[in-house]
Design a protein around this ligand. Structure first.
Ligand SMILES: Cc1cc2nc3c(=O)[nH]c(=O)nc-3n(C[C@H](O)[C@H](O)[C@H](O)COP(=O)(O)OP(=O)(O)OC[C@H]3O[C@@H](n4cnc5c(N)ncnc54)[C@H](O)[C@@H]3O)c2cc1C
Length: 416
């Protein structure tokens, strides 16, 4: 059923008995044209664009747990496009454009809120790096500006701009068109739209093996709900990309780290933007429910634990209290972690693998939520045509052999 004012009014007046499940939950079929491993935002977006733009609807999305239960439902929802290099500017700007019309396209309120993202600098070195980023962005047509401490305070009134603090604010890079979106709604909206176009969404279905023929090409996957035949597999399993690659017999240049976030008790509106600091590895925004959403840095060691070290959360809160003194009187309600797959150049890997027919979309590290629609759109092109979309081409796995890296160590320095 289409969500509209009329359908809402009708259901409101008739006891809400007419709503149907948002997506079908079929048993997996024995074979599909395309199997997508991973029911996070990126996998679901890929399935949606495959059906919507490429007419490939005989597709299964296999999710070992529940939709969005991975990093999609664990992230701090920050959306921006001000990365440093042309290749990154193109991919994140592509995604940013899709965000602006996503709610209409999916007929689902993803609550995209371009409220402004402020990246703080605390010393001359950081100011130089962020100014370089702003200039590079403007040359590429990506919106951004440099603000001084007073201007930063005007954007974010609860920011402590006292020059005497341990990490004084000396300025910031502001992207006014950046902001946040509702992460669960993104997963659910893509799932509903994909399912409505014929895609099978199968939860509680873990992929446990990759089947290959004598030539090495993929011919299917083994799952906890039986074997499924297919000649095209898209692996979109942030946090476990190396695990699935090992099933197919190859290695990825990826390390997996826990990354934590916290939310406070709900407050009245106090924070009209997103503010973040690379130096202290902390950032904060306010959710529509009123909670302050706080993100930390990654743990220092690799792990598949979805908790993270307490000392990381505690150091983050100390830094947050100094930058935003009102936070010192807040109660924290919850903290959690996700597992992020990071690459040596802090850019994603999208495209072919050594296994014919098996493609990966991974390595988005601490910052892939913002790329969800664009990543799905570009990966759908790869799966439908077998070749990379021009925007995704620089992010091929082969760059770690050729040396053509896309180094985003500064733009991706703080986890967001
Ligand atoms: C605490 C935290 C804060 C973050 N903050 C931001 C932010 O503010 N902005 C931003 O842009 N990014 C942020 N990120 C990063 C962002 O969350 C991820 O890059 C993005 O959500 C990845 O999406 P995905 O769909 O690829 O992965 P996921 O949502 O993790 O989906 C992958 C799915 O694959 C499934 N899976 C794994 N193995 C298998 C298997 N063998 N068989 C079947 N299914 C399998 C998992 O269960 C999971 O549901 C943050 C991440 C964390 C952890």
């Amino acid at each position: 059923m289409k969500f509209s004012f009329v359908s809402l009014a009708r259901e409101g007046l008739t006891g809400h008995l007419g709503w149907t499940p948002q997506w079908r939950s079929p048993d997996p079929k024995p074979a599909y044209d395309v199997v997508i491993v991973g029911g996070g935002g990126h996998g679901l977006a890929t399935a949606y664009y495959l059906a919507e733009e490429y007419g490939v609807a005989n597709v299964a999305v296999l999710e070992k747990g529940w939709l969005g239960g991975g990093n999609t439902g664990r992230n701090t929802t920050i959306v921006r496009s001000n990365y440093l290099w042309e290749a990154s500017e193109a991919i994140y700007a592509h995604s940013h454009r899709l965000w602006t019309t996503l709610a209409e396209a999916l007929n689902y309120n993803v609550m995209f809120s371009p409220r402004g993202v402020l990246q703080l600098a605390h010393n001359r070195h950081e100011a130089a790096a962020l100014k370089r980023q702003v200039h590079a962005n403007r040359l590429a047509g990506v919106e951004g500006e440099w603000v001084n401490p007073a201007q930063a305070k005007a954007v974010c009134p609860i920011l402590n701009t006292d020059p005497g603090i341990r990490y004084p604010v000396v300025g910031g890079a502001l992207q006014r068109t950046g902001g946040t979106a509702r992460h669960d709604a993104v997963a659910w909206g893509f799932a509903r739209a994909a399912s409505g176009r014929g895609v099978d969404i199968v939860q509680n279905c873990e992929v446990t093996g990759v089947r290959r023929d004598a030539s090495g090409a993929v011919i299917g996957v083994e799952t906890t709900r039986g074997a499924i035949a297919t000649k095209t597999v898209g692996v979109v399993v942030a946090g476990h990309s190396s695990v699935v690659a090992a099933m197919a017999g190859f290695r990825l240049p990826i390390e997996s780290f826990p990354l934590q976030a916290l939310v406070s008790e709900p407050l009245k509106p106090v924070m009209p933007c997103v503010a973040m600091s690379n130096a202290i590895h902390a950032y904060m925004s306010q959710s529509d429910k009123g909670e302050l959403v706080i993100g930390a840095g990654t743990d220092a060691y690799t792990s598949y634990s979805q908790t993270g070290g307490l000392h990381i959360a505690s150091a983050t809160l100390e830094a947050i209290c100094e930058l935003f003194p009102i936070a010192s009187r807040l109660k924290m309600m919850r903290n959690w972690a996700g597992i992020v797959d990071t690459t040596p150049d802090r850019s994603p890997i999208i495209g072919k693998t050594p296994v014919p027919g098996l493609f990966v979309n991974c390595g988005w590290g601490t910052g892939g939520f913002k790329a969800t629609p664009g990543s799905g759109h570009l990966f759908a092109h790869q799966l439908a045509t077998g070749e990379p979309h021009p925007i995704a081409a620089p992010f091929a796995l082969d760059r770690f052999r050729s040396g053509a890296l896309v180094n985003e160590a500064t733009a991706a320095a703080v986890a967001h």
